[in-house]
Design a protein around this ligand. Sequence first.
Ligand SMILES: Cc1cc2nc3c(=O)[nH]c(=O)nc-3n(C[C@H](O)[C@H](O)[C@H](O)COP(=O)(O)OP(=O)(O)OC[C@H]3O[C@@H](n4cnc5c(N)ncnc54)[C@H](O)[C@@H]3O)c2cc1C
Length: 294
Amino acid sequence: MRAEVPIVFRTTLPELEGYLKPKTLEEALEILDELNDQAKIYAGGTDLLIDIRLRGVRNKVIVDIKDIKELKGIREEGDRIVIGATTTIAEIRSSQLISSKLPLLRMTTERFADQFIRARATIGGNICNASPAADTSLSLLVYGAEVELASRRGKRIIPLSSFFTGVKRTAIAPGELVVSIKVPVPRGRQKVKYLRYDRSAEDLMIVGIAGAVFEEPGSSNKIINLSYGAVAPIPLLFSNLQDALERGGEEEILRIVKEKVSPISDVRASREYRMHLIEAGTRLLLKELLRGGA
Ligand SMILES: Cc1cc2nc3c(=O)[nH]c(=O)nc-3n(C[C@H](O)[C@H](O)[C@H](O)COP(=O)(O)OP(=O)(O)OC[C@H]3O[C@@H](n4cnc5c(N)ncnc54)[C@H](O)[C@@H]3O)c2cc1C
């Protein structure tokens, strides 16, 4: 049965054509299907309102997804933790489940803006905005998270590592929205570390580096994953670095990382300073992660 698409209400923002607040996922997908390119999804609005005011987002109908139950909450499903797209950064930060099972994700919420932004900003918005400096993207990449997308055509799941396609560009197809982020819970012990170089917690990172050593239960195998923010057009993941470490130690890891990064100079830092942070940060992070043996 087709959901009923509500009437579009006008907004007080002259840049916009209207505002809709669907109550169910089905209703939202119906709206996105009908409006197509004209729809603009609104979660916490902390990025979108700036895009509307300063970056020329015009003539859109805002589709506010905050009331949709299917997009909320954090739950354990088998060997994964499923985080609804509209779960706020504050909710993730105070979740016992996240702190105990995905401590690196918790770490990437610690220096995230201030309490007012954290209470509105959502994890879905953080990845969908596709900023190379988005904090939670880095921990989610290290954990091998997947993104669950839905449209009227059905659902699909893609790895977060193939979700980002450029600055503010993602693999989301027309008519789709992100329903949840599915994060595999490491089966063995995990040693994690997050380095965020910034001017203040209220500011975006200059460079961010997240890392983990995952132990395989019942074996001496260890997996080393690192991810980098604000060093390229998209957040970068380097996974399974244990072979590189064995081959050539931290110099080999640095060689692999430096080959891929392409930092820019901007108001926050110069390209040269970012390169310095990448090198110094990688050495520090590896030292801490590998302390007591990898
Ligand atoms: C003062 C300030 C400080 C900030 N500090 C930080 C910081 O420290 N670290 C950091 O990472 N970010 C920071 N940000 C950026 C921002 O708060 C985050 O990116 C936030 O997580 C965005 O979530 P939101 O719910 O507000 O997204 P919105 O603004 O609602 O949406 C962002 C984009 O994602 C799309 N979108 C949202 N949800 C979905 C969905 N479910 N499916 C498909 N598309 C969707 C929207 O259409 C829009 O294009 C800051 C912003 C401000 C204003």
